[in-house]
Design a protein around this ligand. Sequence first.
Ligand SMILES: [Zn+2]
Length: 483
Amino acid sequence: MRYEPVIGMEVHVELNTQSKMFCACRADIFGAAPNTHVCPVCLGMPGVLPVINQKAVEYTIMLGQALNCEIQLHNVFARKNYFYPDLPKGYQISQYELPLCLNGYVDVQPEGSPEPRRIRIRRVHLEEDTGKLTHVGDYSLVDLNRAGVPLVEIVTEADIHSAEEAYLYVSKLRQIVRYLGISTGDMEKGAMRCEVNLSLKNAATGEWGTKVEIKNLNSFRSVRNAIEYEVQRQEKVLAEGGAVEQVTMGWDENRQVTFVQRVKEGDVGYRYFPEPDLPPLYLEASWVEQIRAGLPELPDAKLARYTTDYGLTDKEAAVLAEDRATAEYFEAVVQAAADFPGVTPKQVSNWISGELFRLLSESGLEIGQVNIAPAHLAALIALVNANTINQTAAKKTFKVMFETGRAPKDIVRELGLEQISDAGQLEQLVRQVIADNPEAVERYRSGQEKVLGFLVGQVMRASRGKANPQLVGDLLKKELQTG
Ligand SMILES: [Zn+2]
């Protein structure tokens, strides 16, 4: 019997607004001493009133638009009632019947699949985060810094069919929130948290199996591994004639297994009702449109533009569009290249994904910290194109540019890196190398043409890396034929 995994995801993303969702406490709580970012509102004291954070609403609209959702101009905050020690009010302010965003989608591109796969987004709503418990022996500590931090929840339809698709979906989601600048998306710091609903569909009968929830997946890797593990576990249960239980599971990172957290007994019953302390939210259509107009160009659009306008391959384009800072640097260099005829976007792409990335990873710097002016990189490429310097000298120059931010022209002059393209000057070196390497010359003349590379290398060395390698090759060939 064959089964197809049917997976829906719920992803929570913390917004990086300055203040919390319903009070003026600072929302950047990571690393702060416990219970230092709190006030009567987020502590849930009696008699206090929440105030909606406009920035959080704006960020949620941005996300909804980036995820191709309909933005609901009329929406309502609702109370989700449940008891838990990290929830001081005894309820969470969330959205239920009328969320901010509905009916969107995200396209992901699995490796080897000809078409992208569309994952529909059911809803995106805004709520507040809970506090945090730390369990120590037989008691627990509570930190309410996180209580009230703005949180969006993004819920998909059950359109995901493999661990890889789930992985691609959460990666894309993080890429989008980072492009929008509305969240750090750092899973290891809890700014993005994933839950998976998974069941197996019988491929023959089309019948859906029992749905199992896996909560608190805190890394991309754990999303992928937990789904793979759970699919295999359920397949085994069914193959042995058993039944999958409707349970909520956790993921044990150390043992790489899912484990039952609690057995579900029907609907938990959150007794949702409209939040009486907040008026319904009526958004002006003009404001929503203004937000749309201010959206940055998103990864998919960049990818398409880089391949069609700049002639990059899908892979090259994806590397540059991966994060917004890299894409913006690339575009700045391409723009500066307008002053240097002949410098192509492809060459710019090669320098960024090659030498620049190499130096960044060596130095541990981020692209935002690079102090090579875009015009300087374009100028360096122009020097190579004009045969003023060769590739080796260009790399040397680039390293100094990376370290000092100076102009390539000055560095080339100072280090004496100009390429020797004077045939007369090179002929001498070529003759010398031929005279010094009779054995190699003999092998070349007997038909081993690969030896030419060795001889070119010798001339390059004699010129201390400054000879024009193309010209050296030509001169060598000529000399070896006539000699
Ligand atoms: Zn507060």
